[in-house]
Design a protein around this ligand. Structure first.
Ligand SMILES: NC(=O)c1ccc[n+]([C@@H]2O[C@H](COP(=O)([O-])OP(=O)(O)OC[C@H]3O[C@@H](n4cnc5c(N)ncnc54)[C@H](O)[C@@H]3O)[C@@H](O)[C@H]2O)c1
Length: 251
């Protein structure tokens, strides 16, 4: 499965939020499947510690909401690896807060990280992906792209926006051979979810809601991200893929 025989051999990918959780698992799997990867996370993250800074992984420290983040990411892919085939917009934040106490600043920050940066990075990536004759864009939605949850109204709004953005992009970019899909993880063990999981009731609720009877692992989501990035997924576009052990359909 490694190197030139991998499912992503010869491909160049950008993965944001790669220093933790789902993004880290996606980056590791893409590298194992032969992709060259530009990996981004916030300054001070463990990105270089995890992936090193040479060879098939190029680490970039930035905030995805920075004005110059799209140009820096796409520029790094072209400079280091000669082009771009796959973009995974994964970096995201969740702020848990009862609705009436949420602030304008929290609204703006969640939307900036979870939606606006996805739009801006994808817009910068499209011209390079087109030069390769097509490619893949995978955005991180959530089961909250189609449901609500306590204390997560703005987060849920941002993930609904990811669904709408992905569908519109899929329609506009199909003619270039670019598929656009979004992943809909359920409850997954990561840095983001750990504070929520500390609440035993929360953890048990999601373990029981998933017919598979457990919280998901980042690797479960990475496997789906590999499929959506692969050649085999060339006729799958505009799709939201649940990776939730069946939780969302279990009323
Ligand atoms: N964990 C879950 O249960 C779950 C469920 C559904 C969807 N998701 C989504 O999956 C994605 C990854 O989340 P995770 O659970 O792995 O979280 P995580 O906190 O473990 O990892 C997110 C990474 O993104 C980075 N990041 C955050 N904001 C950034 C920014 N502005 N610029 C650059 N990097 C930034 C963080 O530093 C971190 O390394 C998110 O979009 C999240 O909404 C997670």
């Amino acid at each position: 499965m490694n190197g030139p025989m991998g499912k992503l051999a010869g491909k160049v990918a950008i993965v944001t939020g790669a220093a933790s959780g789902i993004g880290e698992a996606i980056a590791k799997l893409y590298l194992a499947e032969g992709a060259c990867c530009v990996l981004a996370d916030l300054p001070g993250s463990k990105l270089v510690e995890i992936f090193g800074g040479t060879g098939a992984a190029r680490c970039v420290a930035l905030d995805t909401t920075d004005d110059d983040a799209p140009g820096r990411l796409v520029g790094a892919a072209v400079e280091a690896f000669g082009g771009l085939d796959i973009l995974v917009n994964n970096a995201g934040i969740a702020i848990a807060c009862q609705f009436e106490e949420l602030t304008d600043e929290q609204f703006d920050r969640i939307m900036a990280v979870n939606v606006r940066s996805y739009f801006r990075i994808a817009r910068a990536a499209v011209p390079e992906i087109r030069k390769r004759g097509g490619g893949r864009i995978v955005n991180l939605g959530s089961i909250m792209s189609e449901m609500g949850g306590p204390t997560l109204s703005i987060y849920g709004a941002s993930k609904h926006a990811v669904a709408g953005l992905s569908k519109g992009m899929a329609v506009d970019l199909g003619k270039y051979g670019i598929t656009v899909n979004y992943l809909q993880p359920g409850s997954i063990w990561t840095g983001m979810s750990r504070p929520f999981m500390a609440d035993e009731n929360f953890r048990k609720y999601w373990e029981n809601k998933a017919p598979m009877g457990r919280i998901g692992d980042p690797e479960d989501v990475a496997a789906a991200a590999l499929f959506l990035a692969s050649d085999e997924a060339k006729f799958v576009s505009g799709h939201g893929l649940h990776v939730d052990g069946g939780a969302i359909i279990n009323f």
